[in-house]
Design a protein around this ligand. Structure first.
Ligand SMILES: Nc1ncnc2c1ncn2[C@@H]1O[C@H](COP(=O)(O)OP(=O)(O)OP(=O)(O)O)[C@@H](O)[C@H]1O
Length: 264
């Protein structure tokens, strides 16, 4: 469903953020992208939808090669890739409903988007999504009146209303407390399962990644160092990805968290 072939990104500064990354993601698979700071996680996610232009290599989304597309064709393909950001990227002075509907801007014509007039079917879908994430009562609130967890739920709805085939999720929990982080990760993973959506989730927190996804990719210095199920992330493997650290403590944390989840 998504295939990366020898994807390279070298920034103008000379930083080699990605070194010939090959990766294939089947339909409906949710994977976590982990790795130390500077490993290239954000660059990888942004090269897929070309928010960052790859230096070389290819990206195929359901058979369509994205790297060679003109800007008009790329705009259409981007509809199939929903993005969720660490800092939510909401328009603060707009309501929750307006923020969710802005996910449809790639579909409505210029005048409709200019006047922010959306078809009733889009409004109905926005209500359904807000209901699903528990924010129906907040539809008319301004975005700047929401908590971090609520904002991220709006960000999730805005990505889903695009009706994407793939979700690109860049550190969704980095600004949230541990409990809200777990709730958001669970929500993203459940929604992907419900909709048969594939997702790549860039996440700093290894324990959180292990709790929720079926596959983990470990990046180090712009290359894939690990590709496997979460249970294969042994202390030795984590050391090859991140360097020396007390990984027994991190893995123990996963077990603790699972107990917390059961208790919650
Ligand atoms: N706009 C840019 N210009 C120049 N170099 C950049 C740019 N963005 C990222 N880099 C460099 O590319 C490399 C990969 O950065 P990237 O942000 O993709 O890593 P990351 O794994 O997402 O890190 P973090 O977890 O800290 O967000 C780093 O060496 C970084 O300094």
């Amino acid at each position: 469903m998504l295939r990366l072939e020898k994807l390279v990104k070298t920034y103008k500064t000379g930083d080699q953020a990605l070194k010939a990354v090959d990766l294939e993601i089947p339909e409906g698979q949710v994977l976590a992208l982990i790795g130390p700071s500077g490993a290239g996680k954000s660059t990888l996610i942004r090269c897929i939808n070309r928010l960052v232009e790859p230096t070389s290599g290819n990206v195929y989304l359901a058979g369509t090669e994205l790297t060679g597309l003109s800007s008009g064709a790329l705009r259409k393909e981007r509809r199939r890739m929903g993005m969720i950001f660490q800092e939510y990227a909401l328009v603060e002075r707009l309501t929750v409903m307006e923020n969710v509907l802005s996910g449809r801007l790639g579909y409505v014509g210029f005048w409709r988007s200019f006047t922010r007039r959306y078809p009733q079917s889009d409004v109905d879908e926005a209500f359904r999504l807000l209901d699903r994430v528990g924010l129906l009562a907040m539809a008319d609130k301004r975005a700047d009146e929401l908590s971090g967890g609520q904002r991220q739920r709006v960000g999730i709805c805005r990505a889903l209303i695009q009706n994407p085939a793939l979700l690109l999720v860049d550190e969704p929990t980095a600004s949230l407390d541990p409990k809200t982080s777990r709730q958001i990760m669970r929500l993203v993973c459940e929604l992907c399962q419900e909709r048969g959506l594939a997702a790549i989730i860039n996440i700093h927190d290894v324990a959180l990644a292990q709790m929720f996804v079926q596959r983990v990719i470990g990046l180090r210095f712009g290359a894939v160092e690990f590709d496997g199920p979460p249970e294969a992330l042994t202390p030795d493997v984590l050391t090859t990805i991140y360097g020396e650290e007390d990984w027994e403590a991190t893995i123990a944390k996963v077990e603790d968290e699972e107990e917390i989840e059961v208790a919650e």
